[in-house]
Unconditional design. Structure first.
Length: 226
């Protein structure tokens, strides 16, 4: 009887130890997963200039930015290296990435035509990196290597009017290329209607903006006199 009690006690003890060990390992795994937070900053059309201040003074420091595409094999191979240098350079250089497939305005602004494209932004200038994609080479570039280039002035973000003019140009291109079918010489009525609506809407926006601007200017002048 005593031996059975001893065996049961040992069994219960081993079971408790086993459960405690399992819980400890689970806790360790949870902590490890929690700690795996990326140091790479994600930028997009809306946040790029606000965070980097690339063309307006760069008071947020230097930025090393990767323009990538999710389907790009070279980009995928660069990912662990990019994560590594983001952690290594944290506090001295901001390491970031931009999904080019979702942020085409930034691609156009910085002349990005392939992936991955790596650009270093420093004191109002940008420097293109075209060397080896190793942590050592990338780190060396942002610390000193970039100085071997002259650098380019960072282009300012597009204004509302520049984007509007671009839209008008595209509408005119559509009107020229699609309204009249070049092969048959026949009018494409659906396209005529679509382009007419687009151009008409654009003109309405221009008129509204001008009228609103004039009224705002007069109101500001009146308040200033008072």
């Amino acid at each position: 009887m005593a031996s059975k009690l001893v065996i049961r006690a040992l069994f219960v003890g081993l079971l408790c130890i086993s459960q405690h060990a399992t819980f400890s390992f689970a806790q360790d795994d949870t902590v490890e997963e929690t700690e795996k937070v990326s140091d790479v900053i994600v930028l997009d059309n809306d946040s790029f200039e606000h965070l980097t201040q690339a063309s307006t003074g760069a008071t947020t420091g230097d930025w090393f930015v990767e323009f990538y595409a999710p389907w790009c094999g070279h980009c995928k191979r660069l990912t662990p290296v990019w994560e590594e240098i983001a952690t290594e350079l944290k506090g001295t250089v901001n390491v970031a990435k931009v999904d080019g497939t979702q942020n085409r305005k930034l691609l156009k602004r910085f002349g990005v035509s392939g992936f991955p494209t790596l650009k270093f932004f420093h004191h109002g200038k940008m420097y293109s990196y075209k060397g080896a994609r190793t942590a050592e080479a990338l780190t060396e570039f942002v610390k000193a290597g970039y100085a071997e280039q002259d650098g380019e002035a960072v282009p300012p973000p597009p204004s509302f009017w520049s984007e509007f003019v671009e839209a008008i140009k595209k509408a005119r291109g559509l009107a020229k290329d699609l309204i009249i079918h070049k092969i048959t010489g026949e009018f494409n009525r659906p396209v005529v209607i679509l382009v007419s609506l687009c151009v008409g809407s654009s003109l309405c926006i221009v008129v509204f903006a001008l009228v609103f601007g004039i009224k705002s200017g007069k109101e500001h002048a009146r308040r200033k006199k008072q």
